[in-house]
Design a protein around this ligand. Structure first.
Ligand code: SAM
Ligand code: SF4
Length: 331
């Protein structure tokens, strides 16, 4: 049995996020530029075969969880085929997808049939105008239809991700809390991180997770920590005191979870990254297309994980925003 994927701080890596495209049908201000985005040439995207090969090699190193993301993963043609290939790998006990939901109503049944069960849908605002202000596109109704389709199809768990931005999304907190209670989906509030194109991120635009807990507890009812919370998810999970409605808080800025991090990433153009905020990448596509063996791929993954830094340093003067934006990394 090969050694697990372990970094120099003793963190074992079992969780891979695979970006399948950097393209998107929205233009969320915290993730992409509004216009004139230069996308990766399609020939540079990893094929489904290449992604499956990387995942199968990583499985021999202890990989157990995969999440497909982007850009918007549902704009990648025939994504259900990749889902079926990955769902057929028995060691992958947890296969998930993060989507903006715009195309989900059309694809939900096909993705479910391909073996997908876990789905995260991003929706920062229940007010359609606020949604358009953030995403700089229309499509609110489609996202709601996507969430409903996911519920009807039987996906579980379904989580709704909402980025929290001070001065912008305060009014959405209570409606989203009530939405969690009404629908049974977990709503996860994510602190705004510095991965945006227009350099609008500032620490004082981060609406802190603890403030969100206070607002929900005051305006709806107290939140209590969930006893079954998973130590490896970045979300701290709470339930309302009457047991109706589950809330996750992802405090990436105010309470970084780097110490427990078990993730590594592959970009749509085949670059291995050991952190969202990594400044270095390993070109695994070049390795594969140059005839590299499975052992070469395993060695590249091992070396990338081994070189992981202790943490993201957002809260220090040393922080440097990576040149890749969120949509090109894969959130
Ligand atoms: N397009 C899909 C979506 O929006 O769900 C998948 C990719 S998106 C990059 C993944 C997640 O990252 C989304 O929930 C999005 O809201 C979140 N995200 C993007 N930029 C962010 C930022 N600067 N800070 C915090 N979360 C961010
Ligand atoms: Fe697209 Fe998702 Fe980024 Fe919004 S967060 S621009 S939906 S990739």
């Amino acid at each position: 049995m090969p050694e697990p994927l372990i970094d120099s701080f003793g963190r074992v890596h079992t969780n891979l996020r695979v970006s399948v495209t950097d393209r998107c049908n929205l233009r969320c201000f915290y993730c992409m530029p509004a216009d004139n985005v230069e996308f990766i040439d399609r020939r540079e995207l990893l094929s489904f075969e290449e992604i499956e090969r990387i995942v199968r090699v990583a499985v021999t190193l202890g990989l157990r969880k995969v999440r497909l993301t982007g850009g918007e993963p549902l704009v990648r043609r025939d994504l259900h085929i990749l889902v079926a290939r990955l769902a057929a790998i028995p060691e992958i006990v947890d296969l998930g997808l993060t989507t903006n939901g715009i195309l989900l109503a059309d694809q939900a049944a096909g993705l479910y049939a391909a073996g997908l069960r876990r789905i995260n849908i991003s929706l920062d605002a229940l007010d359609p105008q606020k949604f358009e202000k953030i995403t700089r596109r229309t499509g609110y109704e489609q996202v709601i239809a996507g969430i409903n389709a996911a519920r009807i199809t039987g996906f579980a768990p379904i989580k709704v991700n909402a980025v929290s931005v001070r001065g912008l999304t305060e009014d959405e907190i209570v409606p989203l809390g009530l939405f969690a209670r009404r629908t049974g989906v977990e709503v996860r509030f994510i602190e705004f991180m510095p991965l945006d194109a227009e350099n609008v991120w500032e620490r004082n635009k981060v609406l802190f997770a603890r403030e969100i807990v206070e607002i929900l507890s005051r305006e709806i009812m107290p939140l209590v920590p969930c006893p079954d919370a998973n130590r490896h998810t970045p979300a701290t999970e709470f339930a309302f005191a009457d047991g109706v409605g589950r809330i996750g808080l992802i405090a990436s800025v105010s309470e970084p979870f780097c110490e427990q991090c078990d993730r590594f990433r592959i970009t749509a153009d085949g670059k291995l990254r050991n952190c969202l905020f990594s400044l270095a990448e390993t070109d695994i596509k070049e390795l594969i297309r140059g005839g590299g063996s499975d052992d070469d791929i395993a060695e590249a993954i091992r070396a990338s994980v081994a070189a992981k830094r202790e943490g993201h340093e957002i809260n220090t003067a040393r922080f440097i925003q990576p040149p890749r934006l969120m949509h090109a990394i894969g959130g």
